[in-house]
Design a protein around this ligand. Sequence first.
Ligand code: ZN
Length: 105
Amino acid sequence: MKDALRSPAGCPVCRARLRGSPRCSRCGADLTALMLLAAHAYILRRAARQSLRQSDYQAALASAQAAQRLHSTAEGTLLCILSTAAASPLSEQPQKTARDLADLR
Ligand SMILES: [Zn+2]
């Protein structure tokens, strides 16, 4: 599962495309807090993948959901779905699949 540290899609003030700078190139808004949230979400998603590898599915789900609340990404959505399936006590198969997928990077 690929997961890059991604900046938020656009400036929350003017919607200009972000270019990795802590200041919006169009309106000059300070984007430092926004970028810190995205970085924290990235760290939480990494922790979720590690928890999946260690078969700690509840921790994986908690980390994946926390990451999505901070900065939602498509990869984060998949990680939440995977963690939810792995945390389900209905079957062992989702847990094996989740561990296998967490190793795909
Ligand atoms: Zn802006």
